[in-house]
Design a protein around this ligand. Sequence first.
Ligand code: AGP
Length: 613
Amino acid sequence: MCGIVGYIGPQDATPIILNGLKRLEYRGYDSAGLAVLQGGEIAVRRDAGKLARLAALVEAEPVSGHVGIGHTRWATHGEPNARNAHPHMGMTGDVVLVHNGIVENFLELREELMAEGAEFKSETDTEVIVHLIERYLASEGELEEAVRRALRHLRGAHGVVVMSRREPDKIVAARIGNAGGVVIGLGEDETYIASDLPAILEHTRQMVFLESHQMAVVRREGVEVTTLEGALVDYEVQNVPWDPVSAEKGEYRHFMHKEIHEQVRSLTDTIAGRADFEAGRIRLPDLKLTPEFARRINKIFITACGTAAYAGMVGKVLIERIARVSVEVEIGSEFRYSDPIVGPDDVVLAISQSGETADTLAAMEEGRKKGATLWAIVNAIGSQAMRIADGFISMQTGPEIGVASTKAYTAPLVDLYMLAILLGDLRGELDEAARRSLVADLRLVPDLAGQCLDREAQVEAVAQALVDTRNALYLGRGINMPTAYEGALKLKEISYIHAEGYPAGEMKHGPIALIDSEMPVVVIAPRDPWYEKMFSQIEQAKARGGRVIAIATDGDELIPPVADHVLWVPQTPWMLSPVTTVIPLQMLAYHIAALRGLDVDQPRNLAKSVTVE
Ligand code: AGP
């Protein structure tokens, strides 16, 4: 989950690294550091805490030079303090390194190295890597060869970036497995390295994405990519169309708030070029789906984590209802160990904003092993999930920086809706009228989302009423059952309030005992096929003294007399209703967390992309 930045070129590396780390702070932020080659020596500055402390340290003790690397850390081994902060040096002072991932065999390696006389200065697993490199530098001479040999000893997934004062014209980067990306940005007579695009987007859009088991030797004039065994790789330079501004907060206080309000744009963008409103058809060319294979599909296994998994649950309803294909939704961390019954006529469909979530990538690998076709619905361009899939649908939302996913939840809902139509069309499950009607409804989505966003004041009022609550229940049914899970997750992860999403029909089997006057109950009750059941749910909660916050469709006259608060959403075709019902819940979580003065974009214990298991 850590953030990495590197630079080599004619400019001063220090400000470039600090600014880059600032844009990656959402990835992991309990300590930070940088190392710059200055006057032939490696100068390191690092500290616990947020990046602002590192910036202050650099201000107090300036460093500058033309080659440098930096890191923001999300601690896995060793508490978050200056000693454990990256970058890490060995004993000779020749080499310095930053690392993303976990050295699963670091204890045995540390003992082996200590037996050879290595002295460790930190409790991190990372430090064993720099000692291994020093061990081989003596014999191998060239940094990249020493790194190559050192990495062979490591178990686990890794991203490493290394530099040496003895070879000041290069930085070496390498990637093993799915510990987060390593991307090389090609500039004019300068080259950048990052774990994530937003760190270097303002400098270049010409990117080279390292695959697993690849190494890059980065110089001012460019990059040479090889396999870890040393074979040259003919790499592709991708032009990334994301503009740097979109990775900025603009006039918003938090990225999350900005990204909630970007949903008219992101929903427009995820539909653009895919819905042919004239022909009433859907086109998803990157999926590489043939009519033959569409008709052959036996089952689709949707696998994802967190918010993305809840989008997958909506996708199950859509694909089964529209395309009549059996769908199973399995969270990545379970699917990967479940020895699933998957075969060549099955699809494993991963959903991932970052495209780097270790559990989701491992689930994809499991599907690959079983012979399934791999699809991915992904936001991050060039990410591992996008690269290993046989076909993909890009969410096209632009960078999502806030740890709490918002636009990268509603975009895949629409992507799954379009996928369902395409599958239904190719499998002959949709007559022309039905197909045209479903496609036409897509035209409404951005405006319906905009109407929800325009009603933020109603949400702020409810946030005031709930700001001190210690618990909350979210209830939904049918296509909006996942909305309950997602609404509860939003509140949990940024306000630290214990919130539970629950299938409404299950309440009478036990959890209804939780309801009393202290328990706010958010009931998602739009005009959808489950409305009547949800209305009775409201009455059941009220009968037990619960405080009911209802999500209701404009014009509803039954709910207002019963509910304590109503959050109104516009009339929405029921298969697209999860797009509109979730937006007030995103805003509710945001405003409660903001009222509580919490760190909305960087909630405690969390990171934007969970690249460790
Ligand atoms: C959602 O708000 C959380 N940030 C988290 O559940 C996230 O959705 C999950 O870690 C999956 O991330 P991904 O979409 O990048 O794979």
